[in-house]
Design a protein around this ligand. Sequence first.
Ligand SMILES: Cc1ncc(COP(=O)(O)O)c(C=O)c1O
Length: 363
Amino acid sequence: MSLPYDRVYNFSAGPGVIPVPVLEEARDNMLNWKGSGVGVMEMSHRGKHYEKIAAAADADCREFLGVPDNYKVLYLQGGASLQFTMLAMNFLNGGSADYLRTGTWGEKAVSAGKLHGTVHLAHDAKGSNYDVAGYDLATYSDEAKFVHFTMNETIQGVDFLGDPPADGRDWICDMSSCIGSRPFDVSRYAMIYAGAQKNMGPSGVALVLLREDLLERIPEGLPPMLDYKVMVENEWMYNTPNTWGAYVMSLVFRHWIDFGGLEAVGRYNDEKAGHIYSAIDESGGFFKVHAQPQNRSRMNISFTLPDEDLTTKFLAESKAAGFHELKGHRSVGGCRASIYNAFPAEGCVALGGFMREFASANG
Ligand SMILES: Cc1ncc(COP(=O)(O)O)c(C=O)c1O
């Protein structure tokens, strides 16, 4: 196999792969942005050049993800993890909210939420080691200010695979590991947030899509850096933002718009995941998927082998064959293939072939 720049098949769960044409464009503009004589990382975030970059970041995000006009687009710092706290400070604020605990990341959001109010676990999949998710599995409470959930659990490879119902609830969703991977309807959510480093760009930035009317609910006196109202009023530039991160994200959005938009990306991801899931399903139980069949993630395929020795052998041989970062998280064990938008389809075909051969040689 030969990938540009001697790159390997990188199945990293995050930071993950970024499209090569984006990296090339970013590389060129790192030194001199569009002939301005100044590199993107070296220009003032309040100057006329970055003003254009920020405007493009807003417009490209809106176009690619289909963000309606009554939503704010924010590029915030502190990654998705800070959002666990920030959303709780702004919108829970001593009240009660429903949380769906469907995996490791949902659990972290729950822990942060508990510091700022009452968390009602409307659904808790911990007992099954987080192999299932579904809106219909939850028991919602009447007094909840919002419902929080993690669309795609990156470690367990468990995905809701669809928008929440339009039932008048204020759904707040962590989409870190699946945003932009398929069509979705922003208007079903009060707020969506996602760390950039899987489908959108460099780490350290959280993209936040916030329905405007939520701003009215924010209490006075929050620390300014943790107050969405302050971030909106200052167009995410209350302080110096991650200028490079937002720039690269804008290029990534444009790349996928040119690819055909969310519909095309969704079809591509289904096809890619299919190459690996079919190798698993045809292995006669040699490989097993962690997620229940109806929740199989198209982004993170968590799977196990019959025992530790075979897992170690598989990881060693697959790495030698050019497939990197396949080790699973210790809470699930086994292996995980993260195949974000920019992961090439050929890599999925190749891994599927490798898995078939491995299963027949060792099964
Ligand atoms: C679903 C999900 N939520 C939140 C996070 C945390 O993101 P960050 O490291 O940007 O804080 C991750 C990171 O892997 C994740 O996968």
